[in-house]
Design a protein around this ligand. Structure first.
Ligand code: HEM
Ligand code: HEM
Ligand SMILES: [Fe+2]
Length: 477
């Protein structure tokens, strides 16, 4: 029964998944383009001044980031549901309609950012231009649209999960996606007390990326390992449950590391320090999990005397392994660096934060979602063993070097701010400018731009590969 859906041919759910992936990839490109504009403006402040200011380029860069990832997450779920449950996704017609509503809303929101940009800073601005909450800046009308789309998506997932086979992966996704959608509501109401506003805003931002999105990654990694290297479901799902417990156990109260300096009670220093310091642990577990399963399946294959590689999708698997490394480095290590209040006092809001933000979002999410796109290309084209092509190798190498390069540059810039602006000059106004005008800082900004260009060129290879590799004769069918 399930095998009918394995190739992706004939499953409407999988077709819908490819729509989601396609739109996600386009937004990913837009994200990088606007990141480049913002990076140029750091180096040449007059660039596009008065036409597209830094604030607008930045809004589009980071909101496109969040939205493309959400699209790719929905796509991943629609892709794996028929495989896991053994049935076609329930409510697929509504799912398709909602896709178009979602995509159209995003296009309108971006056009408003570009063409109207700012409003009179009253209720009309909140409703029609931007809500002004970093990362989730969509105006309120779009917020409600997103809620409707998310509810439709969660309903489809639940109806399918209940009707079909309930694997551990599906069960975890059902619980996780309801939390994921529910948390969005915390970023939708407006208070005129900035501390209260930030308090709730972090429920979305932190609890998304450090709890619900990470659990999502655990489930996707489990699915991918079964799919790509034939890992044993029992072993994979056992890991998944351990990871879910650890992620929620540390990630929820780890929220405290954003409550150090926003006017919340001081007990958050201790809570935040303790629980967020534990957050790297599940990431280590996820890392070991991927490498362990890989080693184990490879070993079993060799025992059988087979010399054929056990990986049936090289590019996807490369991105999944990068996810294990990237998640651990970007979120675990770069996160841990600045998570204790004693350290955060100096690093808060510096380029160091940006270094962590880039490596974490890229390492933990971009990687695995690109991996899922490759799994979809493989399935849609009925490929048995998918190999690397020149473009896939150029894509992955340039994107990874670019993002790592940007991270190093931003880490150095952050260091200057910590040492000069904060430690030496005591976080004064003059200290701020001394830090920013230092040679190390400005050179770091140049390098960020160079590495950003490398990342963007890598993206072009990736996009080309995703579009053409399905028909490439190098793959085994
Ligand atoms: C994949 C998971 C993660 C992602 C995507 C992520 C992303 C981010 C981003 C984008 C910011 C900047 C927010 C802003 O604009 O103010 C941030 C801040 C922060 N993150 Fe993470 N993070 C992740 C995991 C972690 C982990 C595991 C830790 C700790 C071990 C951590 C510690 C912090 C801290 C302390 C800040 C505040 C920085 C400041 O005070 O300026 N993060 N994170
Ligand atoms: C072409 C490559 C890229 C360039 C040139 C670029 C540039 C920038 C710039 C200039 C900012 C604004 C920083 C500020 O406000 O001081 C920014 C913010 C950000 N970018 Fe990128 N970026 C690129 C790729 C990426 C990628 C691949 C990701 C993640 C997958 C990402 C995630 C972020 C995040 C999370 C922020 C907010 C950071 C914070 O406020 O702490 N960017 N980027
Ligand atoms: Fe956090």
């Amino acid at each position: 029964m399930a095998s009918k859906y394995l190739t992706g041919v004939g499953s409407e759910s999988k077709q819908l998944a490819t729509w989601y992936f396609t739109f996600a990839a386009i937004l990913f490109g837009a994200q990088l383009l606007f990141g480049l504009i913002a990076a140029i403006q750091y180096v040449m402040p007059g660039f596009l001044y008065g036409i597209l200011d830094f604030s607008i380029a930045r809004i589009i860069h980071i909101n496109a980031l969040v939205v493309w990832m959400v699209f790719a997450m929905f796509g991943s779920v629609y892709w794996l549901l028929p495989d896991e449950t053994g049935i076609e996704t329930v409510g697929i017609k509504i799912g398709k309609l909602l896709f178009w509503i979602f995509a159209a809303a995003i296009v309108v929101v971006v056009l408003v950012y570009l063409l109207i940009q700012v409003g009179p800073a009253d209720e009309t601005t909140i409703w029609f231009i931007t809500e002004g909450r970093e990362y989730i800046e969509a105006p309120r009308w779009a917020d409600w649209g997103i809620v409707v789309v998310a509810l439709g998506f969660v309903a489809n997932l639940f109806l399918t999960g209940i009707k079909g086979k309930q694997t551990g992966i599906v069960t975890v996704l059902m619980a996780d996606m309801i939390a994921f959608a529910g948390l969005y509501l915390a970023g939708m109401f407006f208070t005129d007390n900035i501390s209260v506003d930030q308090y709730w805003w972090w429920w979305v931002i932190h609890l998304w990326v450090e709890a619900t999105w990470e659990v999502f990654v655990g489930a996707i990694a489990a699915y991918g390992l079964i799919k790509m290297i034939g890992a044993h479901r029992q072993v994979v799902e056992m890991w998944l449950w351990i990871e879910v417990a650890m992620l929620f156990g540390s990630g929820i109260l780890g929220l405290g590391h954003h409550y150090f300096w926003i006017g919340t009670p001081e007990y958050w220093w201790e809570i935040g320090a303790l629980f967020s310091a534990l957050e790297p642990l599940p990431l280590v577990a996820m890392f070991i999990h991927v490498l362990y399963d890989w080693g184990k399946t490879q070993g079993a294959q060799e025992e059988k005397g087979s010399t054929v590689s056990v990986v049936n999708n090289k590019p996807a698997f490369t991105w999944f392994v990068l996810n294990a490394f990237g998640n651990f480095l970007g979120a675990g290590i770069w996160g841990f660096f600045h998570t204790l209040p004693q350290v955060n006092l100096y690093t808060h809001g510096t380029q160091f934060t940006s270094a962590h933000g880039h490596l974490a979002f890229f390492g933990a999410y971009a990687t695995i979602l690109i991996g899922m796109m490759y799994i979809a290309v493989q399935g849609t084209n009925g490929i048995k063993i998918m190999k690397h092509t020149k473009a896939s190798l150029w894509g992955v190498s340039m994107i990874v070097s670019g993002v790592v390069g940007m991270t190093v540059a931003l880490t150095i810039a952050g260091y200057v701010q910590v040492l000069v602006s904060r430690a030496q000059m005591g976080a004064t106004w003059a200290g701020y400018f001394d830090g920013q005008s230092g040679m190390w800082f400005s050179q770091a900004m140049d390098w960020r731009l160079v590495m950003g260009v490398v990342t963007f060129l890598g993206f072009i290879f990736l996009a080309k590969d995703l579009l053409t590799t399905g028909k490439n004769p190098v793959h085994e069918r």
